[in-house]
Design a binder for this molecule. Structure first.
Ligand code: PDD
Length: 284
């Protein structure tokens, strides 16, 4: 079935959506994006995604073609037109079309594209009950991972390396310490303490991460924001990831070695419950 997508001010059937071959998103990966989840037809953490989008655009000296209010309206309209109950809204803004030149063009109009992905039962994923398996790989991405750009080839290669190794995802390692997953933030739990890398240019400042750490503090759980090694992951009681598409997802194996007893742990399980419950209540 054909979806309705949003392209530069218009709602059109996906087959009719067009972007220029000169678009700098296509030629230079000169663009940023956001992925917002939808549960029960409502948007999870929209304000957080809009704020991070503004920051990404600002870091790249790019103008937004829409206000936050217009952005919310477009998200809601697409969810309604496509009848999305559970799923995702993908948003991308690029610097726009201009004759190819490494320097930012002065007169390009930014391009904006949004589409939905319907994922029935997104919050009841069977993987949440069994946990996922990860491998470790070197983090070979650029040094500004805090900007949510569309240059996703290395994460894509990491995901394929994981699949070839019979795993679900890859955790990336820099100077012997985990940065994050290919498209999610990474955590371990040891002796009741949740450990996750601190915010910096090295990782994406996850919107789900911020919410989960807030809920963990409210539930009196101990959190340490610091880097950790693969040896620490192997010795951990449990591990998990967070993202808009996976919420809180237990990780039960790394590089073919079981983490804890190889089953989703109580901390990840509890945080997933709290996150889903609170996020549904605050959804817009
Ligand atoms: N990815 N780290 C990376 C590298 C990511 O790509 C993502 C999100 C996250 C988690 O951020 P958030 O909690 O705001 O979703 C961390 C999205 C889901 C994607 O690329 O599909």
């Amino acid at each position: 079935m054909s979806r309705t997508v949003y392209v530069n001010g218009e709602y059109v059937p996906e087959e009719e959506a067009k972007i220029s071959v000169f678009d700098r998103g296509f030629l230079f990966a000169d663009g940023v994006y956001e992925v917002t989840s939808v549960l029960g037809g409502k948007l999870i953490d929209f304000a957080g995604h809009a704020a991070r989008l503004a920051r990404s655009l600002g870091e790249l000296e790019m103008d937004s073609p829409v206000t936050d209010d217009q952005l919310l309206e477009i998200h809601r309209e697409l969810v309604a037109r496509n009848g999305v109950e559970d799923g995702l809204v993908y948003l991308q803004i690029t610097r726009g079309a201009a004759d190819r030149d490494f320097a930012y063009p002065k007169d390009a109009e930014p391009s904006i594209v949004l589409f939905t992905q319907s994922k029935p039962g997104l919050a009841d994923s069977p993987a949440a009950k069994t946990g996922i398996k990860v491998i470790s790989i070197e983090d070979l991405r650029w040094g500004r991972r805090d900007i949510k750009t569309v240059q996703l080839l290395y994460p894509s290669m990491g995901k394929m390396a994981a699949k070839k190794a019979g795993a679900d995802d890859a955790w990336m390692v820099q100077d012997g310490q985990v940065t994050e997953g290919t498209s999610n933030n990474a955590y371990i739990v040891k002796d009741g303490v949740i450990v996750t890398r601190q915010l910096s240019h090295d990782i994406l400042h996850g919107i789900t991460r911020a919410a989960v750490l807030r809920f963990a503090a409210e539930a009196q759980m101990k959190v340490e924001e610091r880097p950790f090694t693969i040896d620490e992951v192997k010795a951990a009681d449990e591990a998990f990831i967070t993202s808009a598409s996976s919420f809180v997802m237990p990780v039960v194996e790394i590089d073919k070695q079981l983490i804890g007893n190889g089953k989703p742990g109580p901390v990840a399980t509890r945080l997933r419950e709290i996150y889903l419950e609170e996020s549904r209540k605050a959804a817009v």
